[in-house]
Write a protein that binds this ligand. Structure first.
Ligand code: NDP
Length: 471
């Protein structure tokens, strides 16, 4: 087992100053490679390189920036097999899902390439011409999690580059390799120092958030880490985009077509083994259809083929890391003690690897930890309700507010419920869907700011009003 990657600082592949650390394949529980570890001094080097590159990169013409991103997308496609293998090895998801992640990463890059940076005319009168321009910020620090490692790195890095910023990337120590490869590919396209990457457990992310020469942090991960980042960002008023935890509720209205919605509910709850910020994490079902829907979801759950994502026919991979597996197991076990009925799964699978089969938990309510806390894994609590106001109140009774959904045959009725939900996105007859042209972000403790679309792009800019007097 060897270090298979290097850091990239100022366009150069460099070794980490600290001892490389093992990265575990969650399907086997064994380390499959070592990752280089940067020192705090190398964080300084990366930020300095990005700062120096920004001096000229910020003036890159739009057409060139667009062309660069298109070339990066082509490189992602050209290395799709290698990237997908890396994602499955380090993250655990089935290879077909990893291939989708790589495809989406390329597609998102192309969409971002073609976004326009607007100039908004605020006033055009005899007195003045007032135009709002959007300029790059400087060095952007991207800190990413372990659930969709490649995709989320793309979500952070591409809009930063498209708007003329330079970047220091820090992937999760659980899943660093696909991002290291991505940054290597981007370095084939952009000038030296425009994209840098530092990896390392503990302290490297914080060194970035405390760095005086980083102008913005874009972070996806846990709420406590987001809060720590916000505190550290205060010193130089860093701009922040924080995409944090979710505990998304779904409400099934009476009379819903269960044949139609059961597969979609399962898919949107268990996407990526439930390790998705905007997965459906609590389901509220009217008492008239409660038992029927629970049984249907449990049937789909037991049909899954749980195993190593590299094996053909496996539809359901492991939980990404041991700590997350323990959280899921603890929350389900606590629900059982509170009298919940486990209809499928419900126990850690014995053997190596971090396997937990898809688990449907009935007869739970708000107040049980599995409902109140983000499980971020393959266990869905299903709660019974008898009237819609009660369901809305239970859905909103949570500190998080990322997404929410309403499922039913009457779309206007569903809409009237959806607008009452406290969430950054409200889906009707769907959940978890994120799109490159639709702003996505959280309310309440789920985050600050949005990603995607023009609104997301402009979070990587500083507005400047140009006021031309005509007096
Ligand atoms: P963290 O939020 O701790 O880690 C996410 C990223 O932040 C990693 O790159 C990590 O680096 C880095 N980081 C950790 N501490 C700091 C800090 N103080 N300052 C700056 N960067 C830091 O998530 P975990 O991996 O620990 O997962 C914990 C929980 O987060 C999960 O149980 C889940 O609920 C939630 N989560 C949410 C995700 C989402 O998409 N919203 C994604 C993943 C997890 P390093 O790996 O080196 O510690």
């Amino acid at each position: 087992m060897q270090t298979v990657s290097t850091l990239y600082i100022n366009g150069q592949a460099v070794a980490g100053d600290r001892d490389a650390f093992p990265v575990i394949n969650p399907a086997t529980g064994d380390a499959f490679a070592h990752c280089p570890a940067a020192s705090p001094e190398q964080v300084d080097d990366a930020v300095a390189a990005a700062g120096a590159a920004f001096k000229t990169f910020q003036y890159t013409p739009n057409a060139e920036l667009k062309a660069m991103l298109h070339r990066i997308a082509d490189l992602i496609d050209a290395h799709a097999d290698e990237l997908a293998q890396l994602v499955t090895l380090e993250q655990g998801k089935p290879l077909a899902l990893a291939q989708m992640e790589v495809g989406a990463a390329a597609g998102w890059t192309r969409y971002t390439a073609d976004l326009e940076i607007p100039v908004k005319v605020i006033e055009d009168s005899e007195t003045r011409l007032a135009e709002l321009h959007y300029k790059p910020l400087g060095v952007v620090g991207s800190i990413t999690p372990w659930n969709w490692p490649l995709m989320i790195a793309v979500w952070h890095i591409m809009p930063a580059l498209r708007t003329g910023n330079t970047v220091v990337s820090k992937p999760s120590s659980f899943t660093p390799f696909s991002t290291l490869k991505l940054v290597e590919l981007i370095n084939e396209v952009v000038p030296a120092g425009v994209i840098n990457i530092v990896t390392g457990e503990g302290g490297i992310g914080r060194a970035m958030t405390q760095h005086a020469d980083i102008r913005k942090i874009v972070f996806t991960g846990s709420t406590p880490t987001g809060q720590d980042i916000m505190r550290n960002a205060a010193d130089n008023l860093k701009r922040l985009t924080l995409e944090l935890g979710g505990n998304d509720a779904g409400i099934v209205l009476p009379g819903a077509d269960l044949d139609r919605i059961a597969p979609a509910l399962f898919q949107t709850a268990f996407i990526n083994m439930g390790q998705t910020c905007a997965a459906l994490k609590r389901l509220y079902v009217h008492e008239s259809q409660y038992e029927d829907l629970c049984q249907r979801l449990a049937k789909i759950a037991t049909e899954q083929v749980v195993g190593n994502g590299l094996e053909v026919d496996v539809t359901f991979g492991p939980v990404q890391n041991k700590a997350q597996l323990a959280i899921v197991a603890e929350l389900v076990s606590d629900a059982k003690q509170q009298g919940a009925r486990v209809l499928s799964g419900g126990d850690v699978q014995s053997g190596n690897g971090y396997f937990y089969p898809p688990t449907i938990v009935a007869d739970v309510s708000n107040g049980v930890r599995l409902v109140d806390e983000e499980q971020f894994g393959p266990a869905l609590p299903v709660v019974r309700y008898s009237d819609i106001d009660e369901a809305v109140a239970m859905a909103n009774d949570n500190v998080n507010g990322l997404g929410a959904s309403v499922w039913g045959e009457d779309v206007e009725q569903a809409r009237s419920v959806a607008v009452r939900l406290e969430s950054g996105t409200a889906w009707i007859n769907n959940h978890s869907e994120v799109l490159p042209h639709c702003p996505f972000g959280g309310s309440k403790m789920s985050g600050i700011g949005v990603e995607f679309g023009e609104e997301g792009l402009l979070e990587y800019t500083q507005s400047q009003l140009l006021n031309i007097s005509r007096g």
